[in-house]
Unconditional design. Structure first.
Length: 666
């Protein structure tokens, strides 16, 4: 307690110092940006080309650099949970999931996550290991969140949307160092170096160490409050190194960025479970992009690589009892796109992708469960935005064809009509489209307890220990049909309102079934179980600038779902919270204050349908101050009122987290 009194005293003293503030500081630039300026800033994710937010064919929200640096949130999933229409939860400090419109469950690839157009979803199961991403919030320019079917431009994993994390160019980064210290041993240390020359060359590197919780005996009051099913206290130590290289020569630009992280994490022993889980991960991603003017347009070429290696071990009373190894989860991508400048009221994009995916698991238990699989993808896509009546009416037609070596081809179309109702102050959007998700490598395998291990779904038969034959079923893509109506309002320079309604129907739903069970065997499979899930809802996003120094936002999401099985009986779908409300205010004076709240209704995740998550609300607060030209101080509190809760029915309980952030630029 005394330590935290000293930290609070230091933060308040830094905030009250009468030193001159930095002139032209990057944060001041964003503080001076009005809401109108923000709405005129181009977005790129909805159409893979620059356009204003009001003309985008999809529902889209922007998390600005100002929000990233000033908000109480220290992770990207925390930021995303404040976006209208976004669902998410924290299982553990290194196991989090987010997705749009009621589909954030079971870490399946329902939402595509990009870093500057580079996919980072894990090939084997489709989710994202957020904390182990080689990425610092200090290097992020903005985050664009597209809600709604996006397979027409991005393919399989973009079933309900895309999150594109757009980073700063090397020339926009600064030499910096920062330290974050928080409750229960939370620590983050970072140092970044950047340099650019007059001839268009820029390079930046950053190294970091993150500790989410302090290692230690779980026999504490904190452990007693941990999840009742497991009594666990989880921790992680993460080392990360990232780089960014930019070069421009005339109109030709090239960039290369990427990083590597090494992670050690685990669950300490507890009274309920004396075993100790330890996991080690190594994550790598590389993203190379070039843009070359050709004729009336521009050719973009991107070559990307992503890989994760993971090994889990368990000890019980000092004895090794279990090992699990994800040997590789690797993706190699080549994208080529031609963007044609406006020609006769047409904005045309054509492109193609070639990807190769490799995945393997090896679980050294008895019997062994393993697979080693590959899949290749060829795809082509096109989009035409046709403008009428001096761009007051814009029709966007998009389509993409994906052919996987292990699955039949999928064509996903999308059509959107944007109508300017009044002098670019009111825009009506009508959309209809389809999307899909490809079964992950994990979903293409059976788990058979006795004794066959992972049985590949495409293998039509296998013989169990008892001599029974098991018939295999290869899972196919999970398909979604969507209809949306949206109204964007910008009545004055200080107000923006976005109202969206949607109806998503998921066919060929992938789910868990029991096949060929006997008294001594349990055979589980992932297959297209035939359920039809329909999710309908409304989203309201309001942003208002009271003054250049005072800003506020308020979001409300309502979503209701039904599920109809083979019995043709319609039941209520409980896998999405019915109501969500979030909001916040920020004020920049002597001290910048950012206060946010969030309410999430009750939800029952389908993979653990016996244990619903109660509704909860939370309050997050941050106070920050620029001191002189070089020092930045932020004191933030997550769950400020310490209302202990679970966002997922088991694993880690969310309690208060107080963090002090000290940054220095040089």
């Amino acid at each position: 307690m005394k330590r935290w009194k000293r930290m609070l005293f230091v933060a308040l003293m830094c905030s009250s110092l009468g030193l001159p503030e930095a002139q032209g500081d990057e944060l001041d630039t964003f503080l001076d940006m009005s809401l109108s300026d923000l709405l005129n800033e181009p977005v790129v994710t909805a159409s893979k080309r620059l356009q204003t937010l009001m003309e985008a064919p999809s529902a889209i929200s922007i998390i600005t650099r100002e929000e990233i640096l000033q908000s109480p949130s220290h992770t990207i999933p925390q930021l995303l949970q404040y976006v209208v229409g976004m669902d998410g939860y924290t299982k553990t400090h290194t196991d989090q999931d987010v997705a749009a419109r009621g589909l954030a469950y079971d870490e399946t690839p329902k939402m595509l996550i990009l870093i500057n157009n580079q996919p980072i979803n894990i090939v084997v199961y489709g989710g994202v290991q957020w904390p182990t991403l080689p990425l610092s919030k200090h290097d992020i320019d903005r985050i664009e969140v597209v809600r709604g079917p996006s397979s027409a431009m991005y393919g399989a994993d973009a079933q309900v949307g895309v999150v594109n994390i757009i980073t700063l160019a090397a020339s926009e980064r600064k030499n910096s160092a920062s330290v974050v210290y928080g409750e229960r041993g939370n620590q983050i240390y970072e140092i970044g170096l950047a340099h650019h020359t007059e001839d268009g060359l820029g390079i930046a590197v950053r190294g970091s160490f993150t500790r989410t919780e302090k290692k230690g005996d779980a026999e504490t009051a904190e452990a007693v409050l941990a999840a009742p099913n497991y009594g666990i206290k989880d921790w992680a130590d993460i080392y990360s190194l990232t780089y960014r290289l930019d070069y421009a020569q005339g109109d030709v630009t090239f960039s290369s960025e990427g990083g590597v992280s090494s992670d050690e994490e685990g669950y300490n022993a507890s009274a309920g479970d004396r075993s100790i889980d330890l996991s080690e991960k190594r994550t790598i991603y590389v993203n190379n992009q070039a843009k070359i003017p050709v004729g009336r347009g521009e050719v973009g070429i991107r070559v990307g690589f992503r890989d994760i290696w993971q090994e889990n071990r368990r000890w019980d009373n000092g004895s090794y009892i279990f090992k699990y190894e994800l040997q590789k989860s690797r993706g190699l991508d080549l994208d080529v796109q031609y963007t044609l400048a406006t020609l006769a009221n047409h904005d045309l994009i054509v492109g193609g992708s070639a990807s190769r995916f490799l995945g393997s698991r090896d679980i050294a238990n008895t019997p062994p469960y393993l697979y080693d699989e590959e899949d290749n993808l060829l795809s082509v896509y096109a989009q035409d935005q046709i403008a009428f009546a001096d761009r007051r009416v814009i029709l966007t037609l998009s389509g993409r064809y994906d052919k996987w070596s292990n699955f039949d081809g999928e064509f996903t179309p999308r059509a959107t009509l944007n109508v300017d109702l009044y002098e670019k102050k009111a825009n009506l959007r009508l959309m209809a489209g389809t999307s899909f998700r490809r079964p992950s490598f994990d979903e293409s395998y059976y788990f058979v307890r006795f004794p066959g291990g992972w049985l590949k779904g495409s293998q039509v038969s296998a013989t169990t220990e008892n001599g029974n034959a098991i018939g295999g079923v290869a899972p196919g893509p999970e398909k979604l049909t969507a209809y949306e109506v949206g109204l964007r309002l910008h009545p004055d320079e200080r107000t923006y309102i976005d109202v969206e309604t949607f109806r998503n129907t998921i066919k060929s739903n992938l789910g868990l079934v029991v096949l060929h069970a006997t008294a001594n065997e349990l055979n589980l499979a992932i297959t297209n179980i035939g359920d039809r899930i329909t999710l309908s809802g409304a989203e309201i996003e309001v942003k208002h600038d009271f003054s250049p120094d005072a800003k506020a936002f308020l979001n409300y999401t309502y979503q209701r779902g039904t599920i109809k099985g083979n019995s043709n009986i319609k039941e209520t779908w409980l896998g999405a919270p019915r109501n969500k409300l979030s909001g916040g205010v920020s004020y920049s004076g002597t001290v910048t204050a950012d206060v946010r709240f969030r309410y999430v209704g009750k939800v029952t995740y389908p993979e653990i349908d016996f244990d619903p998550v109660d509704d909860y609300w939370t309050l997050d607060v941050a106070l920050s101050k620029q001191v002189g030209e070089h020092v930045h101080v932020k004191l933030s509190v997550i769950n400020a009122l310490d209302r202990a809760r679970y966002e997922y029915p088991i694993y880690t309980q969310i309690t208060r987290k107080l963090l002090l952030d000290l940054g220095y630029t040089f």
